[in-house]
Design a binder for this molecule. Sequence first.
Ligand code: ZN
Length: 478
Amino acid sequence: MTSRIAATLLALATIAAPAAAQSARIVVVNGDPPGVGFNDPTPAIPVGGNPGTTLGQQALNVFQFAANRWAANLQSKQPILIVAFFLPLNCNATGGVLGAAGPNWYFANTAPAAGGQPLEPDTWYPAALAEKRTRLDLTTDIDPNDPFDIFTFFNNQLGRPAGANGPSDPGCLVGSGWYYGLDNNQPANRIDLLSVVMHEFGHGLGVTVSPTSSSTGARPAGLPSVWERRMLDLTSGKRWIDMTNAERAASALNTNNLVWAGRQVTNVIPSVLDFGLFLEGISPVIPSTEVNPSAFGPQLKGGKSLQGYVVVPADGGGPSPFDGCEPFPAGSPIPGNIALINRGICAFSIKVKNAQDAGAIGVLLANNAAGPLSPGGTDPTITIPSFGITQALGNTLRASATPPLVSIGLDPLIRQGTSSGFARLFAPNPFQPGSSVSHFDTTLTPSVLMEPSITSDLTTKVKNPFDLTLALLRDIGW
Ligand SMILES: [Zn+2]
């Protein structure tokens, strides 16, 4: 008996030694026809550690690199198959679909093979996770012609100039284009393909409330998704799994109050997210209200805070005097004060730069619609802090008869982007198809991989202390 145990332990130690043997294997299957997409023979110069010499090969290299990075963070005895397409998607001069991915199949109530783990009963699982837990090749069993766990398609038209496909062609994100490097070192006018592929593969692996509809709350066959036990609405105190369809649909719009209540994510929040940022009115008294730091300019850190009077300066003209898009004239009330400027017309960084040039010590950027505002953008020449505030707080400050004295500082008991200690899910009102619910909220700071839009500081690491995605996947059973 004793020797058998010793032999077993030795065998385990031997098998466990190579790390690669424990990791998942993720295979990207090129779904494109000859000559286009991943098979595009247009010559390309190797860039940022990507050795490909054609456009198609470089794109495919990025996809497999992302697959390998994900695989190194996951364990599964079943290979994960991703079918990928690089093809024209909806796009115009200034906006377009970058890419998408999702589980190719969902499974419920499948008994595991020997050594596998059960699925939660009557619950839909994304294919890759269902196979990891059951140790079965469920996709091949259900359709040998469609054995893929994840599907993905990406737009290969970024940067197409206007008129390229005839006189009525508006072009596609003109002046932009993918960056194919593997080093997150994209120039300012390029979009990092690796970041976007990492994000989309995250959806394919299970960062999605699907197959439950995030807009109607309806469920195929009436069964919940594996997400729903971890989704909590702080207003009703109910989890999604305990709600009616109508309650889920309403909860999807409950900004700041729909949260991820999984233990793994909640445990790593203090190592990933910054302290919460709040504005308090000293005179007149305004209760402490959450604000959001801009992505550019200095950040308040440690015990630092900003105090000052809030002024509402008129700029030099344009569509609105309060958009801050034109330089502020001499004699404006800005010097030594905090400028309150409205969202819209031009980039946040232009508004803040104009205020800085006029002598502001900080800027409050007021939203022009309901909901929080996390100002994005870059400008390394900005040296004053700026913050996004709600439209309501902007109105309150503007209504004061004299310039309000405010204090903006950090609360070490709260993390930015959390409510009651839980990470917020993206729940804007009105609903945003394709973005609502199946992402973390934009107020999480710093930005995390699974936020709904691409930011320049997007991480491609998936683990704490950089990111919450792996913790979320562990919460659902990875
Ligand atoms: Zn997404």
